[in-house]
Design a protein around this ligand. Structure first.
Ligand SMILES: *Cc1c(COP(=O)(O)O)cnc(C)c1O
Length: 432
């Protein structure tokens, strides 16, 4: 493993690992990991519905659905079939000056599902890039109208919008994972979310003061995910919509985590009855099978780019945008939302989690227990060693990834009762 070795994977010694693991691991740089001290990563061999089987034969119940993506569970036969079929006809073709059925079908289906006149889809291949595209759209919307001073975003404490340079600058500047980069980032306006009278006053004041230099307000609706699964009421979104209108500022909702049923409705903004000017989607868009993201704009945003001036065009175009395989996955995922009772399953998971996590409230060190849709959160005063906690969960046969001060579940909507029980039992046992 080389001299900067990670500690051994829990439960298996390196000598029993397959050759590809011992050969390849010294050449891998893992995400969000101190490579000197992090536990060695598990070796996944195959997956099925909500289970991950490791090369040593151990099986884990996935409590987080592969970073919040695999909403139908792993290896859903309908998605698998769609990918195989697409693979045979056209795995990829460039999207510059050319279109194809999977992308155009997907675009019209997404627009039919989204509220209001969100009707123009720009495809990218990751969530962060879809947010960058949303920010570019908002900035250029102003430029195309001859306003070259309105280039900033108003973003919120607790927010997370991605790991690229531009998206880091709209994440929480202190609590976020990116404060070290401070000096390298663009400066935006960071406000508290308007959740009560005091924070609303601060927000409205910041907005009034900076409106002349703002292109857009950006937030995650109902749940700030990577910020610690922080929930807010639909009223907060109505406050944002009205304030954005009053100051003629665009509203971008980042539904990369909340989109596709996670909070109980297809999109979180529907619970507030508001329509953002731009929305970003990714994570569960393909049912967690392939990398794909979409930035969807309302008609008035798109129309600001229609001009006889070539410079008014949106200058962006990822090489693999609208990859046909990924679009085929997304179409198959949308089929499943139509043919299987996903939103009812979310409701049932919510009922289960609310009841099963409640006993955690009285455990020492527990600060809060909360659920929304298919999200269950146990918030602790503090987690001293998240890595050690993860290892405890692995020993219980579950894949649960505590971060910051929370232990949370975002299971696949197709999870069986007994697997869900295994997850909540493990949380209670380990936290005890
Ligand atoms: C995950 C996430 C992103 C970033 O998506 P990537 O595909 O990891 O780049 C952006 N915004 C929110 C709300 C997310 O949850």
């Amino acid at each position: 493993m080389g001299k900067h070795s990670m500690t051994e994977a829990s439960g298996s010694s390196l000598s029993s690992m397959p050759e590809w693991y011992t050969q390849g691991l010294p050449h891998i740089w893992l995400p969000y990991s101190q490579m000197k001290t992090a536990s060695a990563p598990l070796a996944a061999a195959h997956t099925h519905n909500t289970r991950i089987t490791l090369t040593d034969g151990r099986e884990l119940v996935d409590g987080v659905a592969a970073w919040w993506t695999a909403c139908h569970g792993y290896n859903h036969p309908h998605i698998r079939q769609a990918v195989c079929q697409q693979m045979e006809t056209m795995p990829h073709v460039m999207f510059g000056g050319m279109v194809h059925e999977p992308a155009l079908r997907l675009a019209s289906r997404l627009c039919a599902m989204l509220p209001g006149d969100l009707e123009r889809v720009f495809f990218t291949d990751s969530g962060s890039v879809s947010v960058e595209v949303a920010m570019k759209m908002a900035i250029q919307y102003r430029l195309n109208k001859g306003q070259n001073k309105r280039t900033k975003m108003l973003a919120f404490r607790g927010g997370y919008h991605g790991d690229t340079l531009a998206t880091m600058s709209v994440c929480d500047p202190e609590e976020g994972m990116h404060h070290l980069y401070g000096a390298a980032l663009m400066e935006h306006v960071i406000s508290p979310l308007p959740v009560d009278e005091a924070s609303t006053a601060v927000f409205l004041d910041l907005l009034a003061k900076h409106a002349h230099e703002l292109a857009a307000i950006i937030t995650e609706p109902l749940v700030q995910g990577a910020g610690g699964m922080l929930f807010h009421a639909p009223q907060t979104l109505r406050t944002l919509r009205k304030a954005a209108d009053d100051h003629d500022v665009l509203l971008i909702l980042d539904e990369i985590f909340t989109g596709f049923g996670r909070t109980g409705t297809m999109f979180a903004c529907q619970q507030a009855g508001i329509v953002p000017d731009i929305i970003t989607l990714s994570k569960a868009l393909t049912g967690g099978t392939m990398a794909l993201a979409a930035t969807v704009a309302r008609r008035h945003v798109f129309e600001a780019f229609l001009s006889d001036n070539p410079e008014h065009a949106l200058m962006h175009g990822p090489t693999f945008m609208a990859n046909p395989l990924a679009c085929a996955c997304a179409n198959a995922s949308l089929d499943l939302f139509e043919t299987e009772p996903r939103l009812q399953q979310v409701q049932d998971i919510n009922t289960f989690l609310t009841e099963a996590l409640e006993p955690c409230r009285t455990l020492p060190g527990v600060k809060d227990v909360r659920t929304l849709g298919a999200i269950g959160v146990v918030e602790l005063e503090k987690i001293n060693n998240p890595d050690a906690l993860r290892q405890r969960f692995i020993a219980e046969g579950v894949w649960i990834r505590p971060f910051r001060n929370i232990v949370y579940l975002t299971p696949a909507f197709t999870i069986e009762k007994q697997d869900l029980r295994k997850l909540t039992d493990a949380i209670y046992k380990v936290l005890s």
